[in-house]
Write a protein that binds this ligand. Sequence first.
Ligand code: NDP
Length: 428
Amino acid sequence: MKRNVLIIGAGGVAQVAAHKCAQNNILLGDIHIASRTLEKCQAIIDSIHEKDAMQRPGRLQAHALDAMDVQATKFLIRATNSKIVINVGSPFLNMSVMTACIETGAAYLDTAIHEDQDKVCEAPPWYANHEWKRRQACKEAGVTAVLGVGFDPGVVNAYARFALDTYFDSVESIDIIDVNAGSHGRYFATNFDPEINFREFTSTVWSWEHNQWKANEMFEHRKDWDMPVTGKNTTYLTGHDELHSLSQNLGVPNIRFWMGFSEHYINTFTVLKNLGLLSEKPVRTAEGLEVVPLKVVKAVLPDPASLAPDYIGKTCIGDLVKGTKDGKSKEVLIYNTCDHEKAYEEVGSQAISYTAGVPVVAAAMLIANGIWDIGQMANVEELDPIPFIDLMNHMGLVTRIQDEHGDRVLQPKNESSYYLPPKMLVNY
Ligand code: NDP
């Protein structure tokens, strides 16, 4: 059994991950939080104590760390005897944290694909540019590395795997739909790191059509969906991490990602982009100062974590899967809805952070008890989705399904199903 967790990063997702680790520390053991800014780690620890969230008394410590520094990260992993590293810092850190894990034997988890500071939107499939190059190294070291295990990427990959295995003989298309029908009350803000958020949308939109990559422009294709709970929502075809593994691993000819955007977001984004303010390339001011416009925009926008107290409304994210079963057409929607206010009440973060932080801790728990401790690198769709979906149903992220039999909670149990003794779980 692997125990003791090091969380890297101290943003909104780390806040959720730390609370969820604390709520499950009988299984996970000691919890360490490390980020550039020690005070942010300490504030998370204070909020866990304020909410009396620890399942039992245990070690909960803050550390200052520059996770780009592989040696310092290795030192901290060893000093804290951490066997699982949850990387929920910036995606620029992935490869250095993964290297530290390979060299210390700790399991590695993240929630977003690696980003290179100087490159926006690399050639597809994106995972092949960085993470998959370390597959052999993980295997040789026997290191479990689960990539992109937030909600999207993450849970939506598990939904795709589960749908294929359970409901279909053949699948024609998977549409991943991500809608945030919440409101934070600010003039303009992004729900996670603005730099990463904008980098996602400033370049080619890659989607998987007829078994090949298709390039589109951002906001070129619009589609309205009638989603459970959030109702009618407008979305746009968007490039996203999970397409770059699902397309290679599932053998499904069409896989697309649709994200909801308000008119206001699109207008503001378009102005910023057309002015050159979303560029990652440095410019020099008249005073001789070199600045990266995108980093300046990030600096003036609200910190995403600060939106949580005022956020109201819900998110709805799911997979609409179409194919055939027993010679007949079939379609299912597997989805989750999450309430911003409830998330804040429980862990002090908004629902976007909540839906990313819960899955990565569920994955850590499955590694801790051996079920997902596979000693190699995997994307989520390569792992058994049943224990994962089942466990999250008990951790605050309930999966639902809509098909010809109606709308209900998805309880994906079979003989191999994962079972956690009740004392291991907090009652929700
Ligand atoms: P934030 O920007 O709020 O937090 C990032 C944290 O990383 C900050 O605490 C920052 O520290 C820290 N950090 C940055 N650089 C370093 C460094 N060199 N060394 C140590 N720490 C560093 O991000 P979020 O919490 O919103 O998101 C975290 C991750 O989750 C991101 O990768 C994001 O893309 C991903 N995500 C995934 C989702 C999913 O569903 N899959 C959904 C939402 C987010 P400091 O504050 O000191 O600068």
